[in-house]
Structures are given as structure tokens and as C-alpha cells.
Design a protein around this ligand. Structure first.
Ligand code: DGY
Length: 441
């Protein structure tokens, strides 16, 4: 390892340790995100695993402690009070759902199901394999129950695809994709006090009108006490997301591997295999767009594909879903639209599209967690050279700008040198940098 890499890892460790809280969880970024976020926790655990496995385990345990009686895992767990974030626990009111955790306040929405594959990654990283297998053995049924929740409550048409009912469930919070859904809605103009724009320049965050839509969907879900069947009937936002479902498929794959290694859970393995076959078929029929050469989103409420290419379009590479032909086509699409030499890979939205914005949250910038997912996918499918480029682009962005939340994809930024946006000292950027640098390839 070079001196520069060792120095970057030291900085990353400091960030993670500073963001780790007494309650045994890690905030994504001070001020901007002062609670525990679901998929952030998964990626954060990977960083800890390289230098403090106890913290990695704690991160996962703390999140799973807030799991609901029906297997649901919320997207934010409000362990503590904070006046630096809106909307907080009083707005979300998770207690409305009869099976919500009685002990922890949370949101009533979820985020991509990453924990199956996160457990398998911990096994890759751990030096003490027996110890980590014991930990995995204690947690795996909770993740299985979470998958069971998705297949039982979120698979409307029985095609193995779980819907999301809010843009925040996608993880790609204000992607230009959602503009098409906003055009079908006309929410009231709510009165509320944004907190995010006190931490980050407003030009890098969603607009107030976008927040009206976000809040309105939550209000509707609250009217129905967060009951899935009623949300499915009434939410104006009901979408099949290729990233979300690719994470589910990848995590199914990992759960099957882990149960097999642990020598238990034959019933669960059989069930997971059935779900898996259905989901792969569903992903490749409903969410693949031949013309675009990419996986796309499907708007269930209005029965149409949303024909846009974004970084989520490439996430299925990380799972066993794409055929060799589709994998090759995805890479061609990525190179054609996102891969110019004047850009870092991989922008979060199609840079050739008029809705692309290089600075605004999920409307264009590069995210390190998406790069990590795509990197793993490219390696899995045998595109080692392109995987190496994604890795070196990710490292270069952090090295040049710092540990930001998201980054400008343009190598020449016309507005000056600063190409790191959103929250600074951002936990998953730190955690995944450690994992990138410690992987020997
Ligand atoms: C936010 O507040 O923007 C969060 O990312 C929602 O999860």
C-alpha cells in the first residue's frame, strides 16, 4: 500500500470514528443526517469491518433492533432527538402502524435491502471466520424475515418485484425520474422549515416544491397507518425500482450462500430459491428496456416504464440476474452515455439528458456507494478493466475533493476546483474508500 493510500485510510477511519455515536450506531454526516439510516449503516459496517469488527457488528445489531413485528426495517431510526433535521420522528409517527417497534421511533418507509450481501461481505473481510459466522448465524433470520416481508407485502402482481411507495425508499431521493410522477400529482404547499439547506447550499439540494411531494406521500401513508395494502391502493407514487430489486436479488443470493455455509435453514433456502427465480424473471421482463440497453423503473400507478438511464440501471450487474448478452449491453450503454474521458464514472443520471444536473443531489453527481455496487457488478461479470476505472475514479474524486457525499462527474469543473457537494465527512464515502483500498485487486 502506498503512503498516500495509508494516509487516506487514516482520514477515513477518523471520520467513521467521529460519526460513531454512544448509542452504537453511526450518523451519515454531522448536522445534515443526525440519525441512523438503513442502507448507510450497511456500507458503514463494511468500513468498520476492516479495522474494528465489534463496531461493524454493533452497527448492524443496532439497526436490526428497530425491525418491526412484520419484518419491515425502517429507513431512519431516530435513536436520539435532534433539531438539525426535518422531517423528524414527530412528522413520521411510525407508531401509527400496529406492528411498528414499540422501543424505537422510526420512519414508516424503508430503503434498498442491502443487508443480505453486507453479511456476506463481512465474511469476506473478517479474519476470524468462526466468530463472524456465529454473528451471521444470529442475525440471518432477521434478514430473511425482511425479505419475506417484501415478498408478502410489496409484490403486488406476484412477479417477484417489490414496489417502493416513496422516492426516499429508492435511495436515489430526487432523481429526475421522479419528475414524471410529480407531474401526475398536485400536493398542497405545506408550511415547513427545511433544515438541510442550513447545512448545504440550496443549489445542491431538492427544491421546496419537491419537498411538498415528499411530505404529501407520507401524509397519505399516515392516513392509512402505514398499512401496505392501503398504501398500494392509494399512494400516487408506486414504483418498481431496478436498484431496489437488484439489491433484493443480490441479497437473496447471499442469504442462500450463508445458510448453506451455516448448515441450517433448508426451508428458508428452498423459499429463497423460489423467490429468486421469480424476481430474476420479473426484473428481466418488466424492468429491462431493450431500446435503451438498460434496466429502467416501472411506474405501477400509471402502468408505464420510465424510460431513463441512471446509475440504478447498472446495479443488476451485481446480481445473477442479467444474461451475458444483457450485461454486455449494459456496459455499452454505460460507456456510450456516462463513460467519456472528460468524466468520472458513474454519474447518477444520464449526462446526455436535458434533466441532468451535475451538482444537484441525485440529479447527476457521482455517489461512492453506487460506484462500489457497479464496481462489484463489473467484477462479477468479468469486466475487470472497467471495474478498475470505476475504482480509480472513486479514489481520485475523494483524494481531490475530500470525503463528500457526492461529486461532480465533470473532470473540468467550469466553476472552479471544488467538486465535492452535499455533506462533508460523509460516512459511507469513508467506509467504502477503506474497502476499495483494502481489496487486493
Ligand atoms: C434526506 O433527508 O434527504 C434523506 O436522504 C432522506 O432519506
Amino acid at each position: 500500500m502506498t503512503v498516500e493510500s495509508a494516509e487516506l485510510i487514516d482520514r477515513a477511519i477518523k471520520i467513521l470514528d467521529n460519526n460513531f455515536q454512544d448509542g452504537g450506531f453511526t450518523i451519515p454526516s454531522k448536522g445534515l443526517y443526525p440519525f441512523q439510516w438503513k442502507w448507510d449503516s450497511g456500507f458503514i459496517a463494511l468500513g468498520f469491518a476492516h479495522y474494528n469488527m465489534d463496531k461493524a457488528k454493533k452497527e448492524i445489531r443496532t439497526l436490526l433492533n428497530a425491525q418491526w413485528g412484520n419484518g419491515f426495517i425502517p429507513h431512519i431510526v431516530f435513536h436520539n432527538d435532534s433539531d438539525t433535521y426535518f422531517p423528524g420522528p414527530d412528522f413520521h409517527q411510525s407508531h401509527l402502524h400496529p406492528l411498528a417497534s414499540k422501543e424505537y421511533r422510526s420512519t414508516g418507509m424503508t430503503q434498498p435491502p442491502v443487508f443480505g450481501f453486507i453479511l456476506e461481505q463481512l465474511l469476506r473481510i473478517a479474519e476470524d471466520k468462526d466468530d463472524i459466522l456465529q454473528f451471521i448465524g444470529n442475525q440471518i433470520d432477521k434478514i430473511y424475515k425482511n425479505h419475506e416481508y417484501f415478498y408478502t407485502n410489496r409484490d403486488l402482481n406476484g412477479d417477484g418485484l417489490a414496489y417502493i411507495y416513496h422516492n426516499w425508499e429508492s435511495g436515489t431521493d430526487n432523481s429526475p425520474l421522479w419528475d414524471d410522477i410529480w407531474q401526475t400529482m398536485n400536493p398542497p404547499e405545506y408550511t415547513f422549515e427545511r433544515r438541510d439547506t442550513t447545512h448545504v447550499d440550496a443549489s445542491q439540494r431538492p427544491s421546496n416544491r419537491e419537498y411538498d411531494h415528499y411530505l404529501h406521500i407520507i401524509e397519505i401513508a399516515k392516513t392509512y397507518n402505514y398499512e401496505d395494502a392501503r398504501i398500494a391502493e392509494h399512494s400516487p407514487f408506486l414504483v418498481l425500482d431496478p436498484l431496489f430489486n437488484a439489491m433484493l436479488i443480490k441479497s437473496n443470493e447471499s442469504l442462500i450462500n450463508l445458510y448453506t455455509l451455516l448448515g441450517k435453514g433448508q426451508k428458508e433456502i428452498d423459499q429463497l430459491k423460489k423467490w429468486q427465480a421469480l424476481s430474476i424473471e420479473g426484473l428481466n421482463t418488466k424492468l429491462y428496456n431493450e431500446e435503451l440497453g438498460a434496466y429502467v423503473h416501472y411506474d405501477l400507478r400509471n402502468d408505464r416504464q420510465l424510460p431513463y438511464v441512471c446509475s440504478s440501471s447498472f446495479a443488476p450487474l451485481f446480481s445473477m440476474a442479467p444474461s451475458k448478452i444483457i450485461a454486455k449491453r449494459l456496459v455499452e450503454t454505460m460507456m456510450e452515455k456516462f463513460g467519456g474521458e472528460d468524466r468520472y464514472l458513474c454519474a447518477s443520471f444520464d449526462p446526455t439528458h436535458e434533466r441532468f444536473n451535475p451538482k444537484k443531489y441525485w440529479r447527476g453527481p457521482v455517489w461512492i456507494n453506487m460506484n462500489w455496487i457497479i464496481y462489484q457488478g463489473l467484477k462479477k461479470q468479468g469486466f475487470d478493466e472497467l471495474a478498475a476505472r470505476i475504482k480509480s475514479d472513486s479514489l481520485a474524486l475523494i483524494e481531490r475533493n475530500g470525503f463528500f457525499e457526492y461529486f461532480d462527474a465533470r473532470k473540468e469543473n467550469p466553476d472552479g476546483d471544488m467538486s465535492g457537494y452535499g455533506g462533508n465527512n460523509f460516512s459511507w464515502s469513508a467506509a467504502l474508500l477503506i474497502d476499495f483500498l483494502k481489496q487486493n485487486d
